[in-house]
Design a protein around this ligand. Structure first.
Ligand code: TYD
Ligand code: MG
Length: 456
């Protein structure tokens, strides 16, 4: 029996070391080394599909100007949301990693994408579910693809063989953490296994020009499980996120070698799979008959898309000594800052109040342009006075209570106009061409004036 050998790997960058070290010499992170069993069979290369199948062609340095551009032909994707997130279709030979918490719908999304490629041979490799389980899921989806193959296997050597025989046009792997290379002894999901198996698949993708989707798990702290290295190795990293108790899911790019990273795709989880949401504003604004206090609408931008979202706030007298500040979908530090500004500049006594802020629909917003809407919701709840539901807010709030200009203001205004808002509050410093839109534009420059104007 071969001797068991172990090595230490950095969880952050994947560097290895013969002995444990406190600080990684490669990436400088502390306490990231873990021990793993390796043991490579150095001689038996017959077992590896990467070495036997593709003899490495001899490459020479070439002049950049002589490289043929090649019309960058992307595979069109029927799913408009995914297509937008990828930057307009799939680039041949690209490797796309999709991360997300368990149960968020990664397998559902990928299966339905696979089924939508009706003119392509798709291989769906699953190490997590059986054929019948996948079939059951496929039955719920409204798509059919007669050329979709299933393969429930975890060994990359066997997968490699199947890939050579089948020669699919698109490959989906669910999930990278379940794959196992026979050349390495450590358990599936360990750093060395992920490195090796992902490496094999990436090599396959680059050599054959086949796009490969890898599904990845998320650890408790919200990062993709496995070495950060995995994110460096692939071309595109997508995050599938959302609140499991809400029906909306957001597909976000965090890395994209072939497109912008500011795009998002929105889906709604239904009984029959994920539905693309093409007009998100309509669903993010809750339907209500009467005006409620503590609710305000902001016009934000996600990627290239304007989006009207609803902020809800609840301000109530603190029953315990330390008031609570809690926010869902909005940065808590920013919330604390806004409360301090309200206290200092506008004379509102926030120090004794519990404040809860929630962005409707389980959305997480990073655009500082929603500050003004958050303030409006908080103050509305504080005074228990409702804000007219036909008013939208745009503006970043600065530390001295000034209302700052935001980007893409025209797009935001026209979206609000389209959705039937009658008034919009925005920063005076956003230069708006006068008389262009029918919506009533109210320009404000200081938080104090804004609150006086709105709440009298
Ligand atoms: P799944 O794709 O298995 O999540 P993941 O692969 O990210 O772990 O989907 C999980 C949830 O989606 C599951 O709780 C049930 C729900 N679901 C629907 O609501 N409708 C559907 O049509 C399908 C297939 C799943
Ligand atoms: Mg799954």
């Amino acid at each position: 029996m071969a001797k068991v050998s172990t090595s230490f790997f950095c969880k952050n960058c994947g560097a290895s070391s013969a002995k444990w070290v406190g600080k990684c010499s490669s990436c400088g992170e502390w306490n990231t080394y873990v021990e793993e069993v390796i043991q490579k069979e150095k001689t038996d290369y017959k077992k590896t599909w990467k070495k036997e199948s593709h003899s490495l062609s001899v490459l020479k340095p070439v002049l950049l100007k002589e490289v043929e551009q090649g019309s960058e032909e992307r595979y069109p994707v029927k799913d408009i949301e995914l297509s937008r997130v990828l930057g307009g279709g799939i680039v041949p030979g690209s490797v796309i990693l999709i991360g997300g918490e368990p149960g968020i719908g990664k397998s559902t999304l990928m299966l339905q994408i696979a089924l939508q490629f009706t003119d392509k041979k798709v291989l769906y490799i699953s190490g997590e579910e059986s054929d019948t389980q996948i079939k059951m899921r496929a039955e719920r989806l409204p798509f059919r693809n007669d050329q979709c193959y299933l393969f429930t296997e975890v060994s990359t050597q066997k997968i490699g063989k199947a890939l050579q025989e089948l020669q699919p046009d698109i490959v989906v792997v669910d999930s990278i953490q379940t794959l196992q290379s026979e050349l390495i002894d450590s358990t599936p999901g360990s750093i060395s296994q992920i490195k090796e198996t992902a490496g094999d698949l990436i090599r396959f993708a680059k050599e054959t020009g086949t796009p490969v989707f890898l599904i990845g798990h998320i650890t408790k702290d919200g990062t993709l499980a496995g070495p950060k290295l995995l994110e460096h190795m692939v071309d595109t990293v997508l995050q599938f996120e959302g609140d499991r108790h809400h029906v909306y899911r957001i597909l976000r790019t965090t890395k994209n070698r072939f497109g912008s990273t500011s795009e998002i795709g929105i889906y709604e989880m239904q009984g029959s799979g994920l539905r693309e949401v093409s007009n998100p504003s309509e669903i993010l604004i809750s339907q209500r008959d009467e005006a409620l206090s503590g609710v305000a609408i902001s016009a934000t931008i996600e990627g290239m898309r304007p989006l009207l979202i609803e902020t809800q706030a609840l301000v109530s007298t603190a029953v315990y000594g330390t008031p609570q500040r809690n926010s869902n979908g909005y940065d808590t530090k920013r919330l604390n800052m806004l409360l301090a500004i309200l206290e200092k500049k506008c004379g509102l006594r926030m120090g004794m109040q519990d404040v809860f802020v929630n962005i409707a629909g389980g959305l997480r917003v990073e655009d500082p342009g929603i500050d003004l809407g958050v303030v409006a919701a908080i103050v509305s709840s504080y005074h228990n006075v409702s804000v007219d539901s036909k008013i939208a807010f745009i503006g970043e709030v600065g530390l001295s209570g000034e209302i700052r200009a935001v980007s893409r203001i025209e797009q935001r205004i026209s979206e609000a106009e389209k959705l039937g808002f009658t008034s919009i509050y925005l920063s005076k410093f956003n230069k708006i061409p006068k008389g262009k839109s029918s919506i009533n534009i109210v320009e404000v420059s200081k938080l104090e004036d804004f609150l006086n104007y709105l709440f009298g």
